[in-house]
Design a protein around this ligand. Structure first.
Ligand SMILES: [Zn+2]
Length: 794
């Protein structure tokens, strides 16, 4: 049997091309200390990250003030006049915080709309995150970019406003404060927002629009960034989900649109103590700079009055290139593909190259491998979660060895596809068997054309498949080199999604990658189907998959830098004078067991005050704890009076120790009106009723130990049933507790209240009631709120 060189060459070509796509998706950083001052330097930007990310700097911490001062100084050193905006906002999910926004404005030559450069400087609370990526990288990108821009004395018509927003991590409070209360907000025509949801990988451009994206797409194309990575499928999905970036507040509250630039890989570091400078990928940081510079140059001179559009565009990127066209092309493109395919089938049938019988048989290997790879991956991942229970420890659903699992299951899926095509398909029938994948892809695109038009660009690789099929029908033979060329769009456009889905959505969607792998395999069937020894290729891919499973196994443990997350709270219940240790963990370790013991009780009863957490984590285990002399807060009913059918209340809760957070709960039977917390009404509230989810009234993140003042009214007959949790984030340093240090392979669980000393207490009158003799201030306030709510919204 002669050697099958074409299949070896094809495989090498495909691997080489995938490598090229991977490497050219983003800039590859190399040290360069001599970057001219007129250019963006990643090394200089990195130094800024180092300065910001020395320590956790969440709202209310001492380091938060230090970082704020550092930023004011940095802006001053750029020769900019800086200002600070401070105030309370109560945002969407009842999160109250006093934010301190840091601002600067660079005058342009025209009196035109301004460009806003936006990122946030607070780091995530609860988990000791130094915030190097999130969003130190954004701050550094803007500081270094603006420095280079000013150094070059780039002429610009538009004003450029810099906003380092605060309290993003708590509830986008700083952005809300700016949009609703700062006089500059109405000047802004466009926002560039820099964000992070991991610590590595390419940065994705994600548009935020109220209506259509057409103008934003065209403008982005005109700005000519060198490493664009984005696509309208992400845009369409993003639009369907509830989003929460600072830019969302701009869009919803101010009708101001813009672009987010966010990197999402290495999600396991997000909001953890590992979001530090060691983990921030410098190529990723370089990528942020590669976006900012051309966009700053372009948008500081573009007309920013025309960013609104009603039409939507499809867009996608291939290395160095941003391609776009209107949504209205999506359906015709799909229809034309279908018509072309049908014509070609009948032409081929006329020439006796194609038979319906063989086409029908071609569905067997395709559907079998789709079903098998999807099912095996789905069950496989569930099994792995049983074999390695520690994979459940990381709440974000992407394990430290997650990339190895992606590789393993993708290779396994290719092995499965080769095995089925080896059994059911032969080289001489390949082009007949190519019809089913083409049909399925057209069907999928037809579905997208109807319901997810942003995915419309997925028809393009199908066209190239049709070209390969057409060449076969017209020339009556299959040319492997032409087939290989026709496979390039599949590799460019579809292959990156195979990796992106589980990175973006977690390893639970690995089966989606497996299915997409087989679908992509089908679309380049003219290449793979022509391989002579598919059984051997199947074994090869199976072996490679096995290799990655072994690699994943060898990396399945914890170590420094890939730490296990764990959680512990000390909760003193002042209502019944008891104290407990509580955790959210399902797998206890040596550290948590020090406090919870070997056999702690499960903790359903504690969950009656559900604390908000990103993944709805409930408490798992509880154990008795010693009682400590912790100062309870002072609860004052400053005002409590019935007027007509309503009871008006003003409650002040003042801490008697250094605290960081208050969570206030009220039974769902209490319908609350005219609600204000520290003077702030809920953002975007319509009418006087305070909308809330479940029992939670609000979470207040304390700055400077300022008391919480809540004012509201309830029906006279309503029973006042409220409770508070007062937390200080100092469990590990509080002198009342001598806590053991975590091992170096452990870190605090992010997204949940953690390492805190908590007091749980009913809020009732009688503790200290001061009835004001003066004019009822709440009544006055509530009347103003009621009046405000009648005004049309701007
Ligand atoms: Zn962030």
């Amino acid at each position: 049997m002669k050697k099958d060189y074409s299949s070896i060459l094809s495989t090498l070509f495909i691997l080489g091309l995938l490598g090229f796509i991977y490497v050219t998706m983003m800039p590859q950083w190399t040290p360069n200390e001599d970057e001219p001052l007129s250019e963006f330097s990643t090394d200089r930007a990195f130094e800024k990250v180092q300065a910001i990310a020395q320590k956790p700097h969440f709202v209310g911490s001492k380091n938060h003030d230090l970082v704020a001062n550092y930023l004011v100084n940095e802006l001053k050193q750029l020769g900019l006049e800086t200002s600070v905006q401070e105030g309370y906002t109560l945002s969407d999910w009842g999160n109250l915080a006093k934010s301190k926004n840091i601002l600067a404005r660079i005058k342009g030559t025209d009196n035109s709309k301004a460009l806003l450069l936006l990122t946030h400087y607070d780091s995530a609370p609860h988990s000791y995150s130094p915030g190097a990526s999130d969003a130190g990288s954004g701050i550094a990108t803007i500081l270094e970019g603006v420095r280079a821009f000013l150094y070059s004395k780039t002429p610009h018509k538009n004003d450029i406003i810099i906003l380092f927003s605060d309290a993003e991590e708590l509830g986008l409070n700083g952005a809300a404060l700016f949009v609703t209360q700062h006089q500059w907000a109405k000047d802004i025509g466009l926002v560039l927002n820099f964000e992070a949801r991991g610590s590595a990988g390419p940065s994705y451009m994600l548009m935020e629009t109220n209506k259509g994206n057409a103008e934003l797409v065209k403008e982005f194309a005109s700005a000519k960034t060198t490493f664009p990575v984005s696509n309208s499928l992400m845009y369409s999905i993003y639009k369907m989900l509830p989003n929460d970036t600072d830019l969302t507040v701009f869009r919803e509250q101010g009708n101001i649109q813009g672009y987010n630039f966010a990197f999402i890989d290495d999600h396991f570091n997000y909001h953890t103590a590992q979001d530090n400078i060691q983990h921030l990928n410098k190529s990723t940081l370089a990528h942020q700079g590669k976006y900012l510079m051309p966009l700053l140059n372009y948008f500081s001179n573009a007309d920013l009055n025309n960013t609104q559009a009603s039409e939507d565009y499809v867009y996608f990127t291939i290395p160095y290139t941003f391609i776009h066209y209107p949504f209205s092309w999506v359906f015709p493109m799909t229809l034309v593909a279908l018509i072309l395919l049908i014509i070609l089938i009948f032409l081929g049938k006329g020439k006796r190259l194609i038979s319906f019988r063989e086409i029908g048989k071609g569905f067997i290997p395709l559907l079998s491998s789709l079903f098998a790879s999807g099912l095996i991956t789905f069950i496989g991942w569930k099994l792995l979660l049983l074999i390695y229970p520690q994979y459940n420890d990381l709440l974000n659903g992407f394990t430290y060895n997650g990339h190895s699992y992606i590789a393993a299951f993708v290779l396994l899926s290719i092995a499965i596809a080769f095995a089925f095509y080896n059994r059911f398909s032969f080289k001489k029938t390949t082009m007949n068997h190519f019809v089913p994948p083409l049909l399925i892809w057209i069907l999928i695109n037809g579905f997208f054309a109807n319901s997810l038009e942003g995915a419309g660009f997925l028809i393009i690789p199908v066209y190239f498949g049709i070209f390969a099929f057409a060449a076969f029908v017209f020339t009556q033979k299959s040319n492997w080199i032409f087939n290989l060329i026709c496979s390039i769009p599949t590799l460019f456009i579809i292959a990156p999604f195979i990796q992106m889905f589980p990175i973006g959505l977690g390893l639970k969607v690995l089966f989606g990658s497996a299915i997409l792998t087989v679908l992509a395999f089908g679309l380049i069937l003219p290449v793979f189907g022509a391989f002579q020894r598919k059984a051997i290729w199947s074994l090869l891919f199976f072996g490679a998959a096995l290799g990655f499973f072994v690699k994943a196994h060898s990396e399945s443990g914890y170590e420094f830098g890939k730490a296990k997350s764990n959680s512990l709270l000390y909760v003193y219940n002042a209502n019944n004078n008891t104290a407990n240790w509580i955790t959210y963990d399902t797998n206890l370790d040596s550290w948590t067991k020090t406090y919870l013991g070997e056999n702690p009780k499960t903790a359903p009863a504690i969950n009656d005050t559900p604390l908000f957490s990103k993944y709805n984590s409930g408490f798992t285990y509880v154990a008795n704890a010693p009682k400590k002399a912790i100062q309870k807060p002072t609860i004052e009913f400053v005002y409590d009076k019935i007027i007509g059918s309503q009871r008006y209340l003003h409650i002040r809760i003042s801490p008697n120790r250094k605290v960081n957070r208050y969570d206030i709960f009220a039974t769902e039977n209490m319908v609350i009106h005219n609600f204000k917390a520290n003077g702030a009404a809920a953002l975007g509230q319509k009418g006087s009723k305070y909308e809330r989810n479940g029992k939670k009234l609000l979470s207040y993140y304390v700055v400077g130990n300022e008391p919480l003042e809540i004012q509201f009214s309830i029906a006279k007959k309503s029973i006042l049933d409220m409770e508070l949790l007062e937390s200080s984030f100092d469990l590990m340093t509080n002198p009342l507790f001598e806590m053991a240090k975590r091992e170096n392979w452990m870190m605090p669980t992010p997204f949940v209240l953690n390492d805190a000393v908590v007091i749980k207490q009913k809020i009732k009158p009688g503790q200290k009631t001061v009835v004001s003799k003066l004019i009822n201030p709440i009544l006055k306030d509530s009347l103003t709120v009621a009046k405000d709510s009648l005004k049309p919204k701007q």
